[in-house]
Design a protein around this ligand. Sequence first.
Ligand code: UGA
Length: 458
Amino acid sequence: MQITMIGAGYVGLTTGTCLATIGHRVCCHDIDAARIARLERFDLPLFEPGLESVMCQAVEAGNLRFSAHLKESLAGADAVFIAVGTPSAPDGGIDLSHVLSAARKIAPHLKRSALVVVKSTVVAGTARRVREIIARERGAFDIRVASNPEFLREGSAVKDFMEPDRIVIGADDTRSRNIMRSIYRHFSQAGVPIVATTTSNAELIKYAANAFLALKIGFVNEVADLCEKAGGDIVDVARGIGLDRRIGESFLAPGPGFGGSCFPKDTRAFAATGRQFGAPQKLIETLVARNEQRKTGLARRILKEAQLPPGSTVAVLGLAFKSNTDDVRESAALNIIPLLRDAGLQVTVHDPKASMNARRHIKDVKWANCPYAACDGAGAAVILTEWDEYRKLDLARLARSLSGDALFDYRNLFDPRSVAQQGLRYFCIGRMAPSARQRAGVSSLDAWNQRVAAPGHA
Ligand code: UGA
């Protein structure tokens, strides 16, 4: 099938490349001509593991090309995917202007049998709005519109596309549904479940899926807070609940609060949609607020526990919102660093991949090219992203580099005992570090456990 992807961002590029890999002829279009020129040179404008090599293969096989010219991109296309951004609107809802404008622009150039597919994350009813806009532009309701939400994670997007748990196709008529089925036949033949439903249901599935995953993270973060107070260990607690197949082990890693281009925006939009339709999503409203407070709370914890005089330096390791991406959108670092600066501290930062993107958002910090250099002379170190490089840090060298003794590990990368052996005070998430037990006057973990299990312990 001949497919055009409108938008060569992270979703459009990954989806277009992977559809080309399974045999479709794909053209990725973007209005940004410089971006298209870079893609033609295989110079990827984003970091996504594995994408470059599958992209090269698809281009060499003659199944993938790039174009900044809209009419030429759309010529002969059987299906046109809209994969443009849907940023947050001021009221927490989403700004559909890019999607609606793309619909207006493609309308005159579509062939009569073409199917338009909304890939962008949009609120219920958007596919129908897109159909109306295209009909208005063409003067006829001859183009059908389907919805096909994506479930790719940045950092593992190619794998997520090629090995999906399910594929959701929303269509309001049989012909559109059949076209969608044939686009994804490669997967259905391999046994991947296809959820064929209406466009509105497909749109709701996307938001409900992201909201539920975000709820899991919000929940485990709060249980981690309770573990800290009650002397528990979130690692064991999360495993203990996650092995129940009804709960599942994934998305139970506590951290500095969820970030990225999706969960924060999508939970806000889900809550706004609930308000708009008179079906308030109170759980999600609370989750959104708690996730924001969490980042501020963790910054305060650094100030309280590190006790650094104004002018001292804090090293922040990890600017990306998670590992394996160069994306810093709504990352914990963007909240926490300004609060440290406001408190009069100097901040030195490091990230293996995201520094370039971070420079657009973070000001007045020093940039280090390795984690040890970031820690050199710093009174405290704070880990915000779970990069493998940080997991492998030599703790003895880290301790020698620091002038102070506090390590705030908001991704739980280390065994608390190994950190304590280096003489560092360890502040992780939902785990009682040996130093904290010692401060509480309890020397062994068993003794600590007995103490917190004792009646009357608060
Ligand atoms: C998320 C969803 O996982 C994808 O299924 C979806 O397609 C995508 O949003 C989207 O809507 O486009 P992504 O934002 O790439 O993907 O990243 P996730 O891996 O889901 O992580 C989101 C945030 O949650 C990160 O800040 C991460 O550090 C945090 N997280 C994740 C945790 O704190 N704990 C966990 O156990 C998992």
